[in-house]
Design a binder for this molecule. Structure first.
Ligand code: ACO
Ligand code: OAA
Length: 376
């Protein structure tokens, strides 16, 4: 059972920064739950839209509600022309997370949240638009192709793959996307969600909250770790090579991306689930080394450091097996976590006080003014 570790020290570790009814992380007896539902059950039985609905509307939808919600999201996929124009200006060598950040911000210029009563409409719109938005830019900048984002895809996961490859994806890959998006959807007061809540606490608009959160997710210590993990393992052709490289990295005291966690102590409950999907995909594509390399890295890290894979590590191989370019890994995380971020924004708004902690001052007691001409 994944449990929370004893926390102390910098980084606000171990301090409660507010209340939430959305998620528990690492509490004894409940590894990860969204509104009380265990992540394993959600990843096994739900579609991503059911989980987004649960987070955003407070309960699991019945069949009629789910159908209506999916139809609503499907009807909201079109990209405004002005957004396409902006996306077409962004160079191919831009980082896709910067494209997400700019795209979200531009959407906020075109469809500004005027009043918090509109929040659900803007949230649903972002969830509907994000997969097509990033893949419109990707296909235009990399292949000179203006794709049609108003596809027949029946879900956000299918929409991501369909708009990336500009064709209907196979069912196994859609199933993997549902599981992946569910695993990434929500995680209490992680760095990007906390960023969104801080922004919300100033009574800022929803696009500002999400744009800020995208910036926080981008870093390799947070969401960017799935991409960084892939970059690390992609050239290793055998478990033996992987073990030698990891041992050398550990000797150099390098950080191993996709391992460790700020809250979990001995496992991340999302890992076993995405690992299983990665294995299935590995068999499907006839992979000869990537899954085996990943497993060996996992074993060596536990043997040497008692560090375990977090949600990101096996996402790297799973996404790779589905033909997703590495630099698009973290944008998929955005397409999912947007549900969690915005559920937190609504929760913050419903019971708000501006988030403004104190700091322990470490500078000089007082400083004597020196005129500019006299300064050394
Ligand atoms: C979806 C997500 O965002 S999950 C997190 C994704 N991020 C990564 O995978 C990046 C790699 N991992 C890390 O950098 C860290 O484990 C974090 C940022 C996730 C958590 O950081 P912290 O809470 O500070 O980690 P923690 O307190 O457990 O660190 C304990 C020790 O283990 C080391 N450690 C932790 N993770 C790793 C790692 N991945 N590789 C090597 N050493 C590590 C730390 O450097 C620290 O060593 P020290 O005591 O000598 O300074
Ligand atoms: O909770 C954290 O610190 C990071 C994490 O795993 C997530 O955001 O999914």
């Amino acid at each position: 059972m994944a449990e929370a570790k004893k926390l102390s020290g910098a980084g606000l570790r171990g301090q409660s920064a507010g209340e939430t009814a959305l998620c528990t992380v690492g509490q004894s007896g409940a590894g990860l739950t969204y509104r009380g539902y265990d992540i394993k059950e959600l990843a096994d039985k739900a579609q991503f839209e059911e989980v987004a609905y649960l987070l955003l509307y407070g309960k699991l939808p019945n069949q009629g509600e789910l159908n209506a919600y999916k139809a609503r999201l499907k009807s909201m996929r079109a990209l405004p022309e002005a957004l396409k124009t902006v996306l077409e200006q962004i160079p191919a060598d831009a980082h896709p997370m910067d494209v997400m950040r700019t795209g979200c911000s531009m959407l906020g210029n075109l469809e500004t949240e005027q009043d918090f009563t509109e929040q659900h409409d803007h949230i649903d719109r972002m969830l509907a638009v994000f997969p097509g938005m990033i893949n419109y830019w990707y296909n235009f900048s990399h292949h000179g192709k203006r794709i049609d984002v108003e596809t027949d895809a029946n879900s956000i996961g299918e929409q991501f793959l369909w708009t990336l490859h500009d064709k209907k994806p196979e069912p196994l890959h859609v199933d993997v996307m549902h599981a992946s998006l569910i695993l990434y959807a929500e995680h209490e007061f992680n760095a990007s969600t906390f960023t969104a809540r801080v922004c919300a606490s100033t009574l800022s608009d929803i696009h500002s909250c999400v744009t800020a959160a995208i910036g926080s997710l981008r870093g390799p210590l947070h969401g960017g770790a799935n991409e960084a993990a892939m970059a690390m393992i992609q050239d290793w052709r055998s478990p033996e090579e992987a073990e030698a490289e990891i041992m050398a990295m550990l000797a150099r005291k390098d950080k191993i991306m996709g391992f460790g966690h700020a809250i979990y102590r001995d496992s991340d409950p999302r890992n076993a689930i995405i690992k299983e999907w990665s294995k299935k995909l590995s068999e499907q594509v006839g992979d000869e080394y990537l899954y085996a390399v990943s497993e060996r890295v996992e074993a060596v890290m536990w043997r040497e450091k008692k560090l375990f894979c977090n949600a990101d590590f096996f996402h790297a191989s799973a996404y790779n097996f589905m033909g997703i370019p590495t630099e698009l890994f973290t944008p998929i995380f955005v397409c999912s976590r947007a549900a969690g971020w915005t559920a937190h924004v609504m929760e913050q708004r419903a019971n708000n006080r501006i988030i403004r902690p104190s700091a322990d001052y470490t500078g000089p007691d007082s400083a004597e003014w020196i005129d500019i001409a006299d300064r050394p």
